[in-house]
Design a protein around this ligand. Structure first.
Ligand SMILES: [Zn+2]
Length: 214
């Protein structure tokens, strides 16, 4: 899905869009957002990263799809498709140095009007997420949330860079037991189980049962 640069996105402010109108009129928008504009993402980027302020390109597209409604008639229901591409520096949990992690998100959302509607919505289709729309919808916030949900559970290099020569040749043990220095044992399959810090976000999105009580 490529955007034509000559076709202006038509969004004055992606922090404030009428999402229902956006879907109903099948509009499209695209833009670039930098990590420095996404405070929660920026938190994930190590200070020693070569470039903390990497960029993501995004494309959004509104659509409607006829669906059976509560009253038994068919009506056009609003949808949003969102694609995000880019990269951010994260800290490798194996060698503790920064590496560049690619992000490629392509999500489809059914837009509903209220939290209650979102909670009732049948989620039998895994590839469609449900979001509560608004007439002042913050698209950048949704982009940040998708990026956070796309963070790897255990960020790491595919292949860690070579350990510095001085650590390999001869001086092993100078720092003590050196149990960190056995790459074979720390390798595949030995990842520590770590709760995903963003699992809570995911359940918020889906409407946790425990969250309903007032
Ligand atoms: Zn590494």
């Amino acid at each position: 899905m490529t955007q034509h640069p000559g076709n202006p996105a038509g969004l004055s402010d992606p922090h404030d869009i009428d999402l229902f109108e956006f879907a109903r009129s099948g509009r499209q928008a695209a833009g670039v957002v930098r990590v420095s504009q996404l405070p929660r993402m920026l938190n994930e980027v190590p200070v020693e990263a070569p470039d903390r302020d990497t960029a993501f390109t995004w494309q959004a597209e509104g659509a409607t799809q006829p669906e059976l409604q509560g009253d038994g008639t068919e009506g056009p229901q609003p949808y949003l498709r969102l694609a995000i591409h880019g990269a951010a520096w994260l800290e490798c949990q194996r060698c503790m140095t920064p590496y560049l992690q690619a992000f490629n998100v392509d999500a489809t959302y059914r837009i509903v009007s209220t939290e209650a509607e979102a909670e009732e919505f049948p989620l039998d289709e895994d590839e469609v997420e449900v979001i509560v729309g608004s007439r002042q919808f913050d698209l950048i916030d949704l982009i940040e949330e998708e990026l956070l949900l796309s963070l790897p559970l255990v960020p790491k290099h595919e292949v860690c860079p070579e350990v510095h020569e001085s650590l390999v040749s001869g001086v092993a043990g100078a720092e003590g037991e050196g149990d960190e220095a056995a790459p074979d044992e720390a390798g595949e399959g030995a990842e520590p189980e770590r709760p995903n810090p963003f699992a809570a976000l995911e359940s918020l999105k889906r409407g946790e049962p425990g969250d309903k009580k007032h």
